[in-house]
Design a protein around this ligand. Structure first.
Ligand code: PMP
Length: 294
């Protein structure tokens, strides 16, 4: 992935993709002090860019550091790198990390770095996702919020996600569905989860995992369709009564689920409607999106 053409925004300027290299003694690599974002541009506009830039700043603050760029400057960096790569429909990946100046648990003297890359990346689950993806139960649990900064999109929190996803893939599934430390349903490894029950949309309360920007967008679409939205603790033994299940995330967009462990589901009309509305919304201009949210 490093040997290709393109430009990467790095601490204020654009560098050739191949030259965007980091020293091996970077704090972010050794001690997991990196935070990142995942965004998508559609038709030249990054969907909900401001919300992503704000979350990036907040993610770093939760890890105890301040990214030395304003939210506006981060927005501009994302737009600039999209344009520099000549892309209109792409995945956008800002990442901030502590540098090489100090390599120990205490790292207050390290520089804070920011880079933004963009590349073409169609849906996380590929073209056949419409028939539904298959989820395995993860063995790893989302940690208690006093154990880890669970509201931060911190690179270190993805360790259990990668292990859970690899196990699911080894067992022939597409992704893993994770419980939290209490045994309640939490999320997939890179997307939030929704259940349709008795015509209403149920989703776990995001008290120990990301309250995704797509999650909130989908809840807004559902409410505009007069579909009731219920955020609550959801136990694994209730999901058998769901008539539809889907995932929501920037990379996953809205993706129907057809299996969780040994339970089967059929993608249905509510998922279909939300998926189509989400697809239409992301194509709108930022002004139109803001007007709808108001
Ligand atoms: N949970 C996890 C673990 C994720 O990686 C993501 C993707 N960022 C989400 C949820 C969904 O968040 P968003 O809708 O903001 O992309």
């Amino acid at each position: 992935f490093d040997d290709r053409d393109g430009m990467i925004w790095w601490n204020g300027s654009l560098r050739p993709w191949r030259d965007a290299k980091l020293h091996v003694l970077s704090h972010g690599l050794h001690y997991g002090s990196a935070v990142f974002e995942g965004e998508r541009a559609y038709g030249g506009h990054i969907f909900k860019l401001r919300a992503h830039s704000e979350r990036l700043k907040r993610s770093a603050q939760l890890l105890g550091y301040d990214i030395p760029y304003s939210v506006e400057e981060i927005d501009e960096a994302c737009d600039a790198v999209l344009e520099a790569n000549g892309l209109t429909d792409a995945y956008v990946r800002p990442i901030a990390w502590r540098g090489t100046e100090q390599l120990a648990v205490s790292a207050k003297l390290t520089s804070i770095n920011l880079a933004v890359a963009v590349w073409a990346w169609p849906n996380l689950f590929g073209a056949d996702r419409m028939k539904g993806v298959r989820l395995a139960w993860a063995a790893w649990k989302r940690p208690h919020p006093e154990t880890a900064p669970t509201a931060s999109k911190a690179a270190g929190l993805y360790m259990i996600g990668t292990m859970s996803k690899h196990k699911a893939e080894d067992d022939g599934f597409d992704d893993a569905l994770m419980l939290d430390w209490r045994g309640q349903v939490a999320e997939a490894t890179g997307a939030n989860v929704f259940f349709v029950m008795d015509g209403a949309l149920h989703t776990p309360t995001p008290d120990c995992f990301l309250d995704g920007i797509t999650r909130r967008t989908v809840m807004g679409i559902a409410r505009r369709h007069q579909i009731q939205v219920v955020e609550r603790a959801i136990l694994p033994d209730e999901i058998g009564r769901a008539s539809e299940v889907f995932l929501a995330g920037t990379a996953a967009e809205v993706t129907p689920v057809r299996q969780i462990g040994d339970l089967n589901f059929t993608p249905g009309p509510i998922t279909e409607r939300l998926l189509r509305d989400y697809e239409a919304l992301v194509q709108m201009s930022p002004q139109q999106v803001a007007a709808l949210a108001a």
